[in-house]
Structures are given as C-alpha cells and as structure tokens.
Write a protein that binds this ligand. Structure first.
Ligand SMILES: [Zn+2]
Length: 71
C-alpha cells in the first residue's frame, strides 16, 4: 500500500461520499479524482489498490480496509 494510514482513510472516506452521491460506474473515477487532488499518481494508486481487491470505487469502499491493512 503506497498510502500511509491517514491518507488511505481519507481516500476511503472520499470514495464513500462519492458513491453515496453518484454510485459506482465500475471505474476508479472517485479514487482517481482524489489521487489527482492529493498529489498521488492515479495509475500507481490504482495498481496499489488492486492488490487489495479495489478494482473500482465500490470495491475500494468494500475491500480496502485501512484497519486491516495497517492492523
Ligand atoms: Zn464498482
């Protein structure tokens, strides 16, 4: 995981909020938007999230668990 714990929590919160408004279009749209606005490379972040089953925004929300990843 390329993000630190605080950043990952912020990402998941952003994605959760975006999903509540507009649902998932089976892309990483909200994830990529967050990456660009927080100076992270969207493609590197996508590759990092894929290791944890986060292939689209709803999978990031469901599968990428900061409390599990960082224990
Ligand atoms: Zn999805």
């Amino acid at each position: 995981m390329m993000l630190d714990e605080a950043s990952l929590i912020a990402l998941v919160e952003h994605v959760d909020a975006a999903l509540a408004l507009q649902g998932c279009d089976h892309s990483l749209r909200a994830t990529r938007t967050w990456a660009l606005s927080h100076a992270h490379d969207p493609d590197l972040l996508a590759a990092s999230l894929a290791h944890f089953g986060g292939y689209c925004d709803c999978e990031v929300a469901a599968n990428v668990r900061p409390e599990v990843i960082f224990g």
